[in-house]
Design a protein. Structure first.
Length: 513
């Protein structure tokens, strides 16, 4: 897991380093630039673009430290032998920026003003553009000087590389207004700790590929990170241990409440995903009139009618996929709310949850909303009227541009693990811990994909996983299974089951453990 810092945390880290470190601002800037140049030189396409132009790189430099970092990068590129480098620099307002400007000019970097009549033509000819317009201290709206530099960035026909973060990424200043779009980048050279805002759904696409630049701050400084970026290597430690001598009872029984007329597929996918996640047995409890149909669609899972669910003790429960939101589902949810087993709510169960009077479940709860479902659940948790369009828009805006805070807030208010499904998925725990999966796989945006995820979470809970671990592991399994299933293009959700079963067992998709 990679620690993520919010911009506010990064600003405090920067300030603490300035006050307590033996390294000067210039020395830290030099280390950052060295790491950024190394990352740039490791990108063959960008190196080719620089060498193919008489203006290899143009740096757009704002008044803050990002402008200084950009000047330091250009100077180090000049020291490596590149010529024709240009920095577009406004009026300096800090000694460190002025020192970097002087050093860059001495190394052969041409310095021009944003108002220079030839600036647009130079940007048009550039091999790459370095975006150093604004950094972690930015709070919109843009001042005129920043707007001038931003307009130059918009003229670029070459790759744009963000210095630390794309200019314009910042805290949500008003919940009544979307922030101005950041400068779009092909690559972001982010100084570690990586900034959490880069993974907010509203900002993610502007960052392009995110490359971590280390060696500026000590690794110990990232220990207080509130969020962690997940990757496939984290799966092993999140999965429940499998005893070689275990039997199906040891792996737990999963109960799934799902399916209605017209949505039997959701119930089937969720049930089979529970088995793929390793639950020892899965029982689908369905509407009486659908038992015959669903029994013919499932082989390895049991199907019981809601009128006679049997006496099996379930280690975990899932409710909601294709369930319907009628009185029957509402009554069933009331009963499940009091059950002792961990409960996963998805799809229709989330609409029913939003309509319930707010209360914290006494036993573990995991919810897995997509953004639209999250708005209704969040409004209910915050005591707001989800029927009010303005309120819905404010919550959606926070979901996109204030993601960490609102996921954390709703997890605490509901006492639940929250899986906010999106191209980038955020997972919040009631303790305040956060995790992020940077999926960005459009092939996963297919009907039934969320039903599979709900079943995976339920199956891992049945095996005994902690709710936060189960949520994180399920999201990783789901994401990696989507990559495997999409090898040849789009796929149906059923294609996720086989690779998910391999991953949930603890094997890599190449067959090794």
């Amino acid at each position: 897991m990679t620690p993520l810092f919010t911009l506010a945390q990064a600003l405090r880290l920067d300030r603490d380093a300035a006050e307590g470190s033996a390294l000067s601002d210039d020395a830290r800037m030099e280390s950052a630039a060295r790491g950024m140049v190394a990352s740039l030189c490791a990108e063959p396409a960008l190196v080719s673009a620089m060498h193919a132009s008489t203006v290899p790189a143009v740096g757009l430099c704002g008044r803050g430290n990002n402008g200084g970092d950009t000047l330091a990068v250009l100077r180090q590129l000049a020291d490596s032998g590149l010529t024709g480098l240009v920095a577009v620099v406004g009026d300096s307002t800090s000694d460190v920026l002025e020192r970097q400007r002087t050093a860059a000019q001495a190394a052969g970097v041409a310095i021009i003003s944003p108002d220079d009549t030839g600036a647009a033509a130079i940007v048009d000819r550039a091999g790459i553009v370095l975006d150093g317009i604004s950094g972690i201290g930015y709070r919109g709206p843009r001042r005129p000087a920043l707007s001038t530099l931003t307009r130059l960035a918009e003229l670029a026909r070459c790759p744009i590389v963000a210095i630390d973060i794309p200019s314009g990424v910042g805290p949500l200043v008003s919940t009544d207004l979307d922030p101005e779009p950041p400068v779009g980048s092909e690559l972001t050279l982010c100084v570690e700790p990586i900034k959490a805002e880069l993974y907010f759904p509203g900002y993610r696409k502007f960052a392009g590929r995110i490359s971590a630049v280390d060696g500026v701050f000590s690794r110990e400084s990232a220990c207080d990170a509130g969020a962690q970026l997940l990757d496939g290597a984290d799966l092993e430690r999140l999965l429940p241990r499998l005893d070689p001598d275990s039997h199906k009872g040891d792996r737990g029984a999963l109960g799934v409440y799902a399916g209605a007329v017209g949505s039997t597929g959701a119930a089937v996918l969720c049930s089979r995903a529970g088995a793929a996640a390793g639950a020892g047995s899965v029982t689908l409890i369905a509407r009486d009139e659908l038992v015959g149909t669903l029994s013919g669609m499932l082989v390895s899972q049991m199907v019981r009618p809601v009128s006679d669910p049997g006496q099996r003790h379930f280690a975990a429960l899932v409710a909601g996929p294709g369930w319907g939101i009628d009185e029957l589902s509402r009554r069933l949810l009331d009963g499940l709310w009091e059950a002792e087993a961990p409960l996963v709510l998805d799809a229709d169960a989330l609409a029913l949850l939003a309509a319930r009077s707010a209360s914290i479940r006494r036993h573990p709860l995991v919810i897995a909303p997509h953004p639209g479902e999250f708005v209704a659940v969040a409004a209910a948790a915050l005591g707001l009227d989800a029927g009010d369009k303005a309120i819905r828009e404010r919550i959606m805006r926070r979901t996109r541009f204030d993601t960490a805070t609102i996921v954390q807030e709703i997890a605490v208010r509901l006492g639940a693990v929250v899986i906010l499904k999106n191209s980038v998925t955020w997972i919040g725990d009631p303790t305040g811990a956060l995790a992020v999966w940077d999926g960005r796989n459009p092939a996963l945006a297919t009907a039934g994909s969320g039903d599979v995820l709900a079943g995976l979470v339920g199956g891992l809970l049945a095996r005994g996983a902690d709710p936060f671990d189960a949520a994180r592991a399920a999201v990783i399994v789901h994401g990696l299974a989507g990559i495997a299933a999409g090898t040849h293009g789009f796929f149906e959700a059923e294609a996720l089951l086989a690779p998910a079963a391999t991953l949930a067992y603890g094997r890599r998709l190449d067959g090794n453990t």
